[in-house]
Design a protein. Sequence first.
Length: 350
Amino acid sequence: MKAAFITGHGGNEVVEVREHRLPERAPGEVLVRVQAATLNQVDLYMRNSGAGITHRLPQILGLDAAGVVDACDASDPLLHPGQEVVIHPGVGCGRCEFCQHGDSALCTRIQFLGEHRDGTFAQWIQVPATQVFPKPAHLTFAEAAALGVNHLTAWRMLFSKARLQPWETVLVFGIGGGVSLAALQLAKAIGARVIVTSRDDAKLERALAIGADHGINSQTQDVAKQAMALTGGRGVDVVFENTGAATWPSAMKSLVRGGRLVICGATTGDQPGADLRRLFVRQLQIFGSSLGSYGEFHDMLGFVDRTSLRPLIDSTYALGDIHAALNQLESGAQFGKVALRIEGHDAHHE
């Protein structure tokens, strides 16, 4: 089969598509014929350095995917060959206290596809059956693949951590990126009011066109002042943050008394001013979050199915055009997910 590997660390010169042996399914695992995957920031991180993530070289990239079941245990109660499925990116150990309590996202030995083990940018992948879920029927394979990281991350942040309610207002930083767009879609789907920020007016206009209530240009406007103005001087109930140091002061100042800030990334730096006085005087709550559990994935897929939500796809590339796909993600110009189309399943696996 063909797969996209990193053979070292650096730029696109270390990423190559080449032949690889077909994975062999073990009992309790599912062999999936991958139809589509999407790119995530961690793919760039793994290519560039992978620092701090235990991995081996060469390694297949890719966290999320959707495809068709090729083989599974005959006794599996949920899956059967030929079924369209979507894959959860994390392999939990099933034995630590957090897995035992049902929160695989906190697993102490979790392994992520494309990070700690071979990923989804391949024609086939085998994963434990606990990671494989029926695909919402109304979605394309690329749209379904997009749910595995961004929408799952946003779901846990908004609903499990911040507990956003339909009558509340959420401020979403950096609209255009996959997780921020997922937050916009999910928050609007429950009826919440959504304010978004971007340095790009065109992205703000596109966000307004798909349901955002207000847009703030973070390059030309003071985000906190605008957020206060838009809420009658009250502040927002929830801030959805994924960039870190550059936006932290604005994020903290935008919150209502007792408001909640939830964060899943620190791309602009991880050591902002803590603003501790504001934190305790205004009794703010801060939540860290990362990806989501199998249970949250199950619930989110059901929600997507019932609301007919469709993730936004920016562009789609063939697996052989992985360099162009990585360049598009790295440019920051995308609005939605950069997807990979996995074709040419010319080898048969028994």
